[in-house]
Design a protein around this ligand. Structure first.
Ligand code: FMN
Length: 360
């Protein structure tokens, strides 16, 4: 189906009650042109971590940074009908949906669902090494078949005008990154892809756990810089082991278009995100984690009213004061009390007192 044919169809909106000018659509129109600009800094997709509550928190810390969902597999959406996985808040924009899959038809259908749900970008995962994912021929194993990835992203681009992007490794197993990475990026460019995030280490598909695959294979930033020189028209983001905004600045100064940060943004969200708008995007003012906690309270309340649990939100907030006075007491109080029955906004406010008292 062509983009033209697709746009002529009445769109099936998820999360905006079929209102053609609903909040999701308006937010999408307002943020769409800004996605590639937002990709100057992004928080990486992380399963079980960057869920909608985490993204809401990160958005309060930084207005500009691009946020990624956890990976959602195309079969879960298309065959399993799990469209609830696409639910998100309009406050999260600019936000990218990451898909896993390797069947062009299924990925195209999942892309259409993601675009209709209002995501600003749809990203294909070519970097995840987990066994479960390998068995479905998703993720990093696709580094071995760039022509198939090209077919997938072509099919994804056919159904939407939303940016289609790819997140990849520099190679897998015994591949030679200096050879396969340029070929891979070339194949993506040939398929019309304009933006790629590169996790600057190989994945070992046998013998290392997913966690080990994020630490043990050595980082090769120089190769990623070289890709930027070889493919100057491509928007390339570098990912892997970046622990501070000062390090992000170094990568940008080396000519990278974007920096993607995963674990450091999750564990130290204030350090990475509260000054990012000013330092990386040259706009806005710094955010204050105490105010961010207060801004989270109406969101917490709404979640509890819908039957949610406090801990589902506060588990992402534990690192807000990392390295600051009261951080340990904040973390301990929330960890111990947020799972108790009746836990709610007051629990968060009591935890916050530990921080404000320590700082006084
Ligand atoms: C808990 C966890 C879950 C992850 N899940 C995904 C995922 O769903 N999709 C993906 O492309 N990468 C995933 N990753 C990898 C990250 O996106 C990122 O590439 C990796 O952590 C390296 O960046 P960092 O050193 O800044 O953390 C995950 C990483 C972590 C720590």
């Amino acid at each position: 189906m062509s983009k033209k044919q697709n746009s002529a169809k009445p769109s099936k909106k998820i999360g905006c009650n079929g209102d053609p000018k609903g909040a999701t659509e308006i937010a999408q129109l307002l943020t769409k042109p800004l996605v590639s600009k937002a990709a100057r800094l992004s928080v990486a997709p992380m399963m079980d971590w960057t869920d909608r509550h985490c993204r809401y928190l990160h958005r309060l810390l930084s207005r500009e940074t691009l946020l990624y969902t956890e990976m959602v597999t195309a079969p879960a959406l298309v065959r399993g009908g799990a469209v609830h996985l696409l639910e998100h808040s309009v406050a999260e924009h600019p936000v990218a949906l990451q898909l896993g899959g390797s069947d062009p038809v299924e990925l195209a259908e999942a892309t259409r669902l993601g675009a209709d749900a209002g995501y600003d970008e749809i990203n294909l995962n070519v970097g995840c090494p987990s066994d479960r994912v390998q068995s479905g021929t998703f993720g990093a194993v696709l580094m071995k078949t760039p022509a198939l990835v090209a077919d997938c992203v072509r099919a994804m681009q056919e159904v939407t005008d939303v940016d289609i992007t790819v997140k990849c490794r520099i190679g897998v197993d015994d591949q030679e990154p200096k050879e396969v990475l340029p070929d891979f990026i070339n194949a993506m460019q040939g398929a019309g892809i304009k933006r790629v995030s590169i996790h600057a280490r190989k994945a070992w598909l046998k013998g290392l756990s997913p966690k080990e695959n994020r630490d043990i294979p050595p980082l090769d930033y120089a190769l990623v810089y070289q890709m930027k020189r070889e493919f100057p028209e491509m928007h390339l983001s570098i990912n892997g082991g970046i622990a501070s905004l000062a390090e992000a600045d170094t990568h940008l100064a080396e000519g990278m278009d974007g920096v993607m940060i995963g674990r450091a943004a999750y564990h130290n969200p204030t350090d990475i995100l509260s000054t990012a708008d000013r330092r990386i995007f040259g706009t806005g003012t710094d955010t204050d984690p105490v105010q961010v906690v207060q801004q989270m309270l109406p969101y917490v309340e709404a979640h509890l009213i819908q039957g949610g649990k406090l801990n589902q939100i506060t588990r992402h907030m534990l690192g807000l004061f990392a390295g600051k006075p009261g951080a340990r007491a904040w973390r301990r109080y929330l960890s111990e009390h947020a799972t108790k029955s009746g836990a709610g906004p007051d629990t968060v406010l009591t935890a916050l007192q530990h921080v404000t008292q320590a700082a006084a």
